[in-house]
Design a protein around this ligand. Structure first.
Ligand SMILES: C[S@@+](CC[C@H](N)C(=O)[O-])C[C@H]1O[C@@H](n2cnc3c(N)ncnc32)[C@H](O)[C@@H]1O
Length: 403
């Protein structure tokens, strides 16, 4: 039977001659008798409406993900689900969820089922008869995807990233202004809040804390592959992380390359909350004003994608001025592919465009760029030998050298 699979959650039969480009399609031999008699255009129309309908509510798993993180469900499963099944029912989970005054296990179970479709949990179903009535008991267990949502996961959690990026009131309010930003220019975030995201966070410490924790999660996700693949720290003696947040990235680099001295450079309110890391000196400043001298390499992870070309040039020129001859700038950012793939499972492609969307919604004219755009900016700031050194996932490492 011919069928279409939409985001792995829905399957609908269709004629083998109907080609729908919107999503992944599985074609088998038989054609479903209910729609085989319809014209091809009619079949395509039916499928297209379904695809659009499901696409328009594709925010639902993200909202469910946010909810289960808020309710601490992954941690409860990690702590209380015992052998042999390591699974719990929604009722058992809610008994341990904080602040439940009138628990509604059914509502939780509905979200657990949606997230099970996305492989966030596994589900085990048991049918029992109680008082002559059939009762279905559903038990849920962690998968590798939900294990990384446990707050004290050994290699770092992704729970803060989920909380910051999924349907938060600040994100949603900025998104209401996207059309405006397209029609009249300017950034959606500034239209919504009257200031850019970084300035906004200086007066909203909760949002700043949430953002910095999300960036730490991003670092924990990315650093293992970065450290395994990037070999460019050999001759570096003193490394500055410009816009380094709470210093986690630098501390992880130094743990792998203990010969390096580290300087973590960020805004005062960010550095004020940053913990001490062995070998890392924290410095306060504004990268648009000047960047301190004294380091032979400057590292910037997910910095340039926050800003427009003019601002990027200011940052890169300040990096250039701060470096000695022979010093290098190391940039870690996504690279927008030349072709746009229609394969929604091509995460390198989709990841870049999703990240680009977040920059559009949230940053002051921020955007992901193509390789030649980075090359232009790095060269225009004075650096030579621009090269893309290594690909991580949808992120890349690029370098420029001061001659
Ligand atoms: C997207 S975050 C990246 C943080 C970190 N590099 C990482 O990847 O985890 C951007 C960082 O730039 C910092 N930043 C923004 N404006 C800055 C400025 N004018 N001077 C220095 N740092 C700034 C922010 O505080 C934030 O830590």
């Amino acid at each position: 039977m011919a069928s279409i699979t939409v985001n792995g959650t829905c399957s609908l039969p269709l004629s083998s001659s109907v080609v729908c480009h919107a999503e992944h399609i599985d074609l088998d031999e038989e054609v479903h008798e209910d729609i085989v008699d319809l014209k091809e255009e009619e079949q395509e129309d039916i499928i297209s409406k379904l695809v659009v309908m499901l696409l328009s509510i594709s925010w639902t798993p993200a909202a469910a993900l946010r909810t289960i993180v808020e309710l601490n469900i992954p941690k409860i499963l990690a702590t209380h689900a015992s052998a042999p099944t390591h699974s719990m029912t929604a009722e058992e989970l809610l008994e341990r969820a904080p602040g439940a005054s009138k628990p509604n296990a059914r509502n939780l179970e509905r979200m657990m089922r949606l997230l099970t479709c996305k492989n966030i949990f596994t589900e085990e179903v048991e049918n029992i008869t109680e008082g002559g009535l059939l009762k279905v008991i559903r038990r849920y267990a962690l998968t590798p995807l939900s294990r990384v949502l446990v707050p004290d996961h050994a290699t770092g959690t992704m729970a803060n990233f989920v909380k910051f990026t999924t349907m938060s009131p600040v994100f949603c309010k900025a998104m209401e202004h996207l059309s405006e930003s397209i029609l009249s220019g300017g950034s959606a975030f500034e239209s919504a809040f009257g200031t850019n995201a970084f300035d906004y966070m200086t007066t909203h410490p909760d949002q700043l804390h949430c953002f910095q924790a999300a960036m730490t999660d991003h670092t924990n996700q990315m650093l293992p592959i970065f450290l395994a693949k990037y070999q460019g720290f050999k001759g570096v003696k003193k490394l500055m992380d410009v816009g380094g947040g709470d210093g986690t990235t630098l501390s992880r680099i130094l743990a792998r390359h203990p010969h390096i001295q580290g300087v973590n450079f960020d805004l005062p309110e960010v550095v004020a909350r940053a913990p001490c890391h062995p070998g890392v000196e924290h410095m306060v400043g504004d990268m648009f004003q000047s960047i301190p001298f004294g380091c032979d390499a400057i590292f910037m992870k997910t910095i340039l994608h926050d800003w427009n070309d003019e601002d990027c040039l200011k940052i890169l020129r300040n990096c250039y001025s701060a470096l000695p001859a022979g010093g290098k700038v190391i940039i870690v950012d996504a690279l927008v592919p030349v072709e746009t793939s229609t394969n929604s499972e091509d995460y390198e492609n989709v990841g870049t465009f999703m990240s680009d969307f977040c920059m559009q919604a949230h940053c002051p004219d921020g955007r992901e760029r193509q390789e030649h755009e980075f090359q232009y900016l790095v060269k225009a700031a004075g650096f030579s030998n621009f090269q893309v050194v290594v690909q991580l996932d949808y992120m890349f490492v690029m370098e420029g050298v001061k001659q």
